[in-house]
Design a protein around this ligand. Structure first.
Ligand code: URA
Ligand code: SF4
Length: 205
């Protein structure tokens, strides 16, 4: 199966998935969207009202802000892959629960394996927690870390900038760093899940 086929397969499975209670209240599941060879993947929290209606990620107010931030650095939403930690809307936009995140993780993992992006941008605390458990967004936003041969960089969720206007310039500054992060990631060895451990790890044995 090539990467497009795998993404389509995930989408089809997600549309019918009943692996957590979120399936009971969803209208449309939201797998995510974007090119299968995207260099950048954005991971949000979960579908909201409009996403649940349309079956597409980030199509409400937070999505418009995300789009304008992308445009400010010369990117359109069609050039990046956008998805969420949970693929079905938590009722009333409540926080996704740990068991829901865990049940849904397999789909995100398959998407990331298929796309193999150079840079992963986490939007908000639930996707951040996947890579930086226990970290505080105020301390680590905009700071890239290397994880498994790619860069992972935590951003504030765009909705945070909508609710706290003071954060807007911080979010803009973080986005402004994206182009150089992608360039930095391009200089690194290509991410490869099966690559041998680095010499430091080997010397432990
Ligand atoms: N907020 C998210 O985290 N994801 C969406 O898709 C929309 C809003
Ligand atoms: Fe399945 Fe994920 Fe939807 Fe839960 S949130 S029903 S695990 S697709």
């Amino acid at each position: 199966m090539n990467r497009e086929q795998e993404l389509k397969a995930v989408e089809a499975e997600v549309a019918e998935c009943t692996d957590c209670t979120l399936h009971m209240s969803r209208k449309l599941a939201v797998a995510g969207e974007g090119p299968a060879d995207s260099e950048i993947v954005f991971i949000g929290e979960g579908p909201g009202f409009h996403e649940n209606e349309q079956g597409r990620p980030f199509v409400g107010a937070a999505g418009r802000l995300l789009e304008s931030m992308l445009e400010s650095i010369g990117l359109s939403r069609e050039q990046v892959f956008i998805c969420n930690v949970v693929k079905c809307r938590p009722p009333g936009n409540r926080d996704p629960q740990p068991e829901e995140i865990e049940a849904c993780a397999k789909y995100l993992e398959r998407q990331l394996r298929a796309i193999n992006p150079k840079v992963i941008v986490t939007l908000g605390r639930f996707s951040m927690a996947r890579y930086f458990p226990g970290a505080r967004i105020s301390a680590i936003h905009g700071k890239a870390k290397t994880k498994d041969g790619r860069l992972v960089v935590p951003f504030y969720h765009p909705a945070a900038a909508l609710h706290q206007p003071k954060l807007r310039s911080t979010v803009e500054e973080d986005f402004a760093k994206l182009a150089s992060l992608v360039a930095r990631a391009q200089e690194m060895a290509p991410p490869d899940a099966d690559s041998p451990p680095d010499p430091e790890q080997l010397s432990m044995f």
